[in-house]
Structures are given as structure tokens and as C-alpha cells.
Design a protein around this ligand. Structure first.
Ligand SMILES: Nc1ncnc2c1ncn2[C@@H]1O[C@H](COP(=O)(O)OP(=O)(O)O)[C@@H](O)[C@H]1O
Ligand SMILES: [Mg+2]
Length: 261
């Protein structure tokens, strides 16, 4: 049974159609990286998977359960799906330990002792065993994001969704978060990851999905999508993100020579 099975998914905000017929299956144990330009619908797609956005039409199954079915116990589905966002959304007035235990205690009804034990395990997993008593403001962005990952892992999800988890970080802090994510890949976690980190996607993805303008333009093994993309739109996007300096110089150069600069 696939971890996620999305069929003919459409999502509109008013008259704006943001997802225009998405079909995507993620097998258990797969790491699928979604790339594509800003505004192409990547976050909306991820948010539809655990119904943070309600699809306009189409079907989404998570571990075989139809989440768009009005009778579905969406809270039960969400408990099995970890989500990590660009913004870490930690509680500033709670310690790291409390941030990692609060949902365990409230949602999973774990005892304080058990929740503390599982928090300690997962803080260790993200390399922050020594920060349990710190407050978020005392941590770097990379450390805060690792706490957010530990918080998700403490719920023992079957599946993790990541929406640009390193985009809000200073460049020198990106690596530590990617290292934690590599660890999850090595542990066999099923992951759907929206990312701009092309080298990371190339290295860890079982499959890369390129989205543009609300559709999946192409998908395949990373070596194919990055190495020999079939679609012009994919080539153009990769060219822009992989060589931004050169592309912008070329564009500025064109402006200079046609006198519009
Ligand atoms: N809640 C919302 N209300 C209205 N428009 C939205 C909402 N969320 C996203 N959009 C619009 O949907 C489009 C796709 O957004 P998003 O899924 O965030 O793209 P991406 O993550 O690829 O940058 C954008 O045009 C965005 O402005
Ligand atoms: Mg987004």
C-alpha cells in the first residue's frame, strides 16, 4: 500500500487554480523531492496531504485512508504525518524539552516520564541532547529547526512532509539540518520534501518531481531529471537555480546591449 496516493487533485483559492490535476504516489520508504519555481503550488500540495488545505476536487489517500472522505478521522491521519515548515513554529515560552513533549502528552496522552524519555532520544537523534533546558531564542535557526524535527519525530510518524526546511536559514546553518534529514533517509523514513537544495535532492531522492504552474511537468530518478531533463521548462528552471549568477549576468547583459538598462 502506498504511503501517499494522490489522484486528480485540484485546488483553487477563489478564481485562482493553484493545483491543476496532480497525480502522485509515494511508496513506503521512498524519498520524493519536489522542486519548482515559487508560486507553482508546492506548499499547497503538501498542505493538502494532511488537509491543512482542503482540496477542491480529487482524492488523497494516506496509508490507504481517504483523507478527503468526510467520515475520515483526520486527527488520526495527522498523527501519523509529521510536518516541518520553513518557519520552525516553536513555542518561545517553553523549553526545548517542553516543545518536544507537549504534543506527545496532549495528543498521545503519554506520561511526563515517557514523553521526556522519547524527547531525549529524539533530541539526541538531531544532535541536541544538551539543549533540552534551553529556550528557542537561545538557539540558532539551524538548532531551532532541528528541535522542530525532533518534535515531529517524537510523535513517531509513518511519513514526514518537509516544506523548504532550510529556506529560512543562514547559509552556514543549512548543512546541519540537511545532515539530520540524511539521517532520516538512512533510517528508511518515508519523506516528501519540497526543497531548493538541488545537491541534496540529487543525492538523497528516490525520485524528483518538477512542478510548474500547478502541474507536475516531469518526474523521475534524480540522475535523469537533473542530468537530462526531458522538458524545456525543467531545463530552464534548473539553469536558473543552478547558475543564478551567470543567468542574471546574461539577462543584465541583454538589457545593457538593447539599451533598456
Ligand atoms: N491561502 C491562500 N489564499 C490564496 N492564495 C493562495 C493561498 N495559499 C497559496 N496561494 C497562492 O497559490 C499559489 C501557489 O502557492 P504555493 O503553494 O505557496 O506555491 P509554492 O510553495 O510553490 O511557492 C500562489 O499564487 C499563492 O499566492
Ligand atoms: Mg512554498
Amino acid at each position: 500500500m502506498p504511503a501517499i496516493e494522490i489522484t486528480a487533485l485540484h485546488k483553487s483559492f477563489g478564481s485562482l487554480e493553484v493545483l491543476r490535476g496532480i497525480d502522485l504516489t509515494v511508496a513506503a520508504g521512498e524519498v520524493v523531492c519536489v522542486i519548482g519555481p515559487s508560486g507553482s503550488g508546492k506548499s499547497t500540495l503538501l498542505r493538502c496531504v494532511n488537509l491543512l488545505e482542503e482540496p477542491t476536487s480529487g482524492s488523497i489517500r494516506v496509508a490507504g485512508i481517504e483523507v478527503t472522505d468526510p467520515d475520515c478521522d483526520i486527527d488520526a491521519v495527522r498523527r501519523g504525518v509529521g510536518m516541518v515548515f520553513q518557519q520552525f513554529n516553536l513555542f518561545g515560552h517553553l523549553t526545548v524539552r517542553e516543545n518536544v513533549t507537549i504534543a506527545q502528552r496532549r495528543v498521545l496522552k503519554r506520561s511526563r516520564a515517557e514523553a521526556d524519555r522519547i524527547a531525549a532520544e529524539n533530541l539526541d537523534r538531531v544532535g541536541l541532547a544538551d539543549k533540552a533546558s534551553s529556550y528557542p531564542a537561545q538557539l540558532s535557526g539551524g538548532q531551532q529547526q532541528r528541535v522542530a524535527i525532533a518534535r515531529s519525530l517524537a510523535m513517531e510518524p509513518q511519513l514526514m512532509l518537509f516544506d523548504e526546511p532550510t529556506s529560512a536559514l543562514d547559509p552556514e546553518l543549512v548543512g546541519e539540518v540537511l545532515a539530520v534529514m540524511r539521517g532520516l533517509v538512512a533510517d528508511g523514513m518515508t519523506m516528501l520534501v519540497v526543497t531548493h537544495e538541488m545537491a541534496f535532492a540529487r543525492e538523497v531522492a528516490s525520485r524528483v518531481v518538477f512542478m510548474d504552474d500547478g502541474v507536475i511537468v516531469e518526474q523521475g530518478p534524480p540522475a535523469e531529471v537533473f542530468g537530462k531533463p526531458r522538458e524545456e521548462r525543467t531545463r530552464e528552471f534548473l539553469h536558473r537555480v543552478l547558475e543564478p549568477a551567470r543567468v542574471s549576468e546574461t539577462e543584465i547583459g541583454a538589457h545593457l546591449t538593447d539599451g533598456t538598462a
